[in-house]
Design a binder for this molecule. Structure first.
Ligand code: HEM
Length: 533
């Protein structure tokens, strides 16, 4: 109302100078709107509408346009967003700013000590807030990824019950090894047929099957079945959709302009919900006792049995949110970590030779995996995985909303409502952070000499999580870091002992696709063959 009154007043003001025959209500309205537009263009010449100027950040801001700020360039570069982000970072330094209508001001901070401030020292001031709830509420509901405060603490505490050393010990020779065996059967079938495989798709199926089984008791059998994978495809579609929303502030309007788009999103959500509901309904009437005694409690058990202070339990809708949030967390991330790792092993044969050598020295011929061996005695194998996650972090960018004004340790001012973003993909390529060889794949950077170590490659030295935030850092650090690490190592060790891998002839250097995670733009077409030692 106030806006229309303002437009009318401006119309009256400008219209007073027009001849009487031009002074109809409509023409006054349009004249007023035009005057308002001209005024707004002068008021917001280089930034998004309603965003306050920041002359103090002048040298750290790529050129913005009147009213829309940097929105067009962000949408334009969506498919290539990580490299575009990197370019901006190289040109304007580790701290830069952009503005976007509706979302407001973004401030990028790609340095470890600033990240420590946001993710740990003053974390209560930096929340997921509307940045996540506005875009993702219909997809992720009130799950861990979109919650803050008490709701986040509840999810975190309940889920933490699952991730115990006992649980990991049961996985290494259980679900993870049987997943690797199933993968070998797929390789054998393709070798027999003389066909190549897409490792990206196979790893997505592998991690979906393992994660479904271990956390919600669902057996997707997506690896053993050829053909489309309804659940996985719906998931992949929504992951790209998340990202489109984060980069396009008008998604709720543009989605309605693309024929069938809203329906497609709805359909994908229905698929996810129906799988989640099946798992919940089955579990509610299931007896945990099996022929071998009580089944180990999984994540769904912990959430179903949780009682709030008033004695009530979670309803099915809340449980479906848990399912979707954990599926997002556990499936794509590890699958993409494995995909980029195998690409690097094929592109760097010396790394594969070293990995095989280490496995032979530490494990001999044994196919029995031990949790301690995987986490402590195979530093080279772990270094290959972590170096991959450094260069191609499965969550390559992230952001938080400032609840109150703040000053960062380098003196940068943050205003209430600003969105503070960081990209570990960019941090990994910063020579200030990682040295001259920052952009190269060098597993050795994670290793230190240790004469007491079993491995010929010494000992693994973990970096500060603020320098290497691939698993996030601070109190919201990834809950599945160990789970992902041992799943990746069991899979890799099991298959590289048995097979050789070669990229398809003329395979392009893979590029990341625009998504919330970091899938490859194209398939990872690979020829697999039996290894003759
Ligand atoms: C290589 C594999 C993985 C990587 C790189 C990774 C990375 C991350 C990152 C960057 C976050 C922070 C996301 C945010 O701020 O919204 C996160 C959170 C989380 N991850 Fe992972 N993740 C991986 C695998 C897993 C797996 C396998 C699980 C479950 C078994 C898992 C469970 C979670 C959960 C529950 C959170 C939310 C933590 C919280 O907000 O307190 N992740 N992960």
């Amino acid at each position: 109302m106030a806006f229309i009154t303002l437009v009318r007043m401006l119309g009256d003001l400008v219209g007073a100078h027009l001849p009487v025959y031009q002074q109809s209500a409509t023409s006054k309205f349009f004249t007023g709107a035009f005057a308002l537009l001209v005024f707004a263009i002068f008021k917001y010449p280089d930034r998004a509408i309603f965003v306050r100027p920041r002359p103090d950040l002048k040298g750290q801001a790529p050129r913005g346009y009147p009213l829309v700020g940097n929105m067009l360039e962000i949408i334009w570069n969506r498919e290539n967003q990580l490299d575009a982000y990197l370019e901006t970072h190289k040109r304007y330094g580790p701290v830069f700013t952009k503005t976007v209508p509706i979302m407001g001001r973004y401030i990028a901070i790609n340095t470890p000590h600033l990240l420590e401030h946001i993710l740990k020292n003053n974390m209560d001031n930096y929340v997921k807030g509307y940045l996540f709830s506005h875009h993702l509420r219909d997809i992720l509901g009130h799950g861990i990824f979109v919650s803050d405060g008490a709701q986040w603490r509840f999810h975190r505490k309940t889920a933490s019950n699952v991730f115990t050393t006992r649980f990991y010990r049961s996985l290494v020779n259980g679900a993870f090894k049987s997943g690797a065996e199933e993968l070998c059967r797929v390789f054998d079938r393709n070798i027999a047929r003389g066909t190549m495989v897409d490792l990206q798709s196979l790893f997505s199926r592998l991690t979906l099957d393992a994660f479904g089984k271990l956390t919600f008791g669902m057996d997707f059998q997506s690896l053993s079945k050829d053909g489309p994978n309804e659940f996985g495809d719906a998931f992949d579609f929504l992951a790209v959709e998340f990202d489109a929303r984060v980069t396009n502030p008008f998604w709720f309007l543009t989605d309605r302009l693309i024929p069938g788009k809203v329906r497609r999103v709805q359909k994908a959500l229905e698929i996810l919900d129906s799988y989640a509901q099946q798992a919940i309904t089955k579990r509610r009437c299931e007896d945990r006792t099996t022929a071998e005694g009580p089944r180990t409690r999984d994540m769904l058990d912990f959430f179903i049995n949780y009682r709030f202070e008033d004695g009530t339990a979670m309803d099915d809708e809340a449980l479906r949110d848990v399912f979707k949030n954990f599926m997002i967390a556990g499936r794509d991330t590890t699958a993409q970590g494995l995909t980029w790792m195998f690409y690097h092993l094929m592109a760097n044969p010396h790394a594969l030779t070293n990995l095989r050598k280490e496995v032979a020295v530490v494990m001999g011929d044994s196919d029995e995996f031990e949790y301690e061996t995987l986490t402590q005695r195979l530093p080279y194998a772990k270094a290959v995985f972590y170096e991959t996650l450094r260069l191609y972090p499965p969550v390559p960018k992230n952001g938080k909303v400032a609840l109150e004004d703040d000053i960062l340790p380098d003196g940068t001012r943050i205003d209430k409502g600003d969105i503070v973003v960081f990209s570990n993909y960019c941090m990994a390529r910063s020579t200030d952070i990682w040295g001259e060889d920052a952009e190269r794949f060098v597993p050795e950077r994670w290793l230190v000499e240790d004469s007491a170590a079993l491995s010929p490659f010494g000992r693994f030295r973990m970096e500060s999580t603020f320098k290497f935030p691939s698993f996030n850092a601070g109190p919201r650090i990834c809950l599945g870091q160990t789970f992902a690490t041992i799943e990746a190592l069991v899979t890799t060790i099991y298959v590289v002992r048995r097979y050789d891998f070669a990229l398809a002839p003329n395979h392009p250097v893979p590029k990341p696709k625009g998504s919330v995670t970091i899938p490859m733009m194209e398939e990872l077409k690979t020829r697999v063959s039996h290894r003759h030692t």
